[in-house]
Design a protein around this ligand. Structure first.
Ligand SMILES: C[S@@+](CC[C@H](N)C(=O)[O-])C[C@H]1O[C@@H](n2cnc3c(N)ncnc32)[C@H](O)[C@@H]1O
Length: 207
């Protein structure tokens, strides 16, 4: 279970501005347009910037996050953008999201954008994400690497919550990596992610 309880995120999000901005994460904005419209699960989706963008591209999107304030703001953003969005306020560790809620089928794609959990929970979530993709389905992940520790540009202040590329590659059984790198990027995502940061980018396809 997260040691960042919902109320801490609710407090962070309880402001008219969006803490990570309203624009999608640059990695997802780059790669989502290449996906044929389909079902997309956004785990730990916060205020909904990526989910709303994906919906605008024609995807049928379910966002899940434990923050009720995040949910309210995501649905508000979706309404302002004129797109449909399903958003479940739930703990991604305990919730059952193996199948899409509309057809009861494994997902065409799953997005993890800065979803940093306690290590055992993260490993379990990653394995479940891999198992919840249909054959040929895609996993898109963008997160902070361990080299981000101590940088002021965002991310959890605990080494064990940050990601290691080699370890991540082992945590999604059945995925073939089409893109898996660690690199330095300039983040400009609201007030929450700003400045030079060490991130991991991964795109994996279910065999
Ligand atoms: C760094 S924010 C990223 C939000 C969003 N993905 C984005 O990039 O804008 C991390 C999010 O994880 C959510 N979160 C943390 N632990 C969670 C859990 N166990 N279940 C559901 N959501 C969780 C928080 O509520 C928060 O919205």
């Amino acid at each position: 279970m997260s040691d960042q309880p919902a109320n801490r995120w609710d407090q962070r999000y309880d402001h008219p501005r969006y803490y990570y901005g309203e624009a999608p994460n640059a990695f997802l904005a780059t790669h989502l347009p290449a996906l044929p419209p389909g079902t997309l699960l956004c785990l730990a989706e916060g205020e909904g910037r990526n989910a709303v963008h994906a919906a605008s591209l024609g995807h049928r999107v379910l966002a899940i996050d434990s923050s009720a304030v995040g949910r309210r703001k995501a649905l508000d953003l979706a309404a302002r953008c004129g797109v449909a969005l399903d958003y479940r306020c739930a703990d991604v560790v305990a919730d059952d999201w193996a199948l899409d809620p509309w057809h009861g089928r494994p997902w065409d794609a799953i997005a993890l954008c800065f979803a940093h959990l306690e290590p055992a929970d993260a490993a379990a979530m990653h394995a479940r994400a891999a198992a919840s993709l249909r054959p040929d389905g895609l996993l898109l992940l963008n997160s902070f690497s361990k080299a981000q520790l101590g940088r002021p540009s965002g991310g959890p202040p605990r080494l064990e919550w940050l990601h290691d590329l080699a370890e991540l590659k082992t945590q999604f059984p059945g995925l073939v990596w089409e893109h898996a790198i660690e690199r330095e990027v300039e983040l400009a995502e609201g007030a929450g992610h700003r400045g030079l940061a060490m991130v991991i980018e991964m795109i994996g396809r279910r065999a």
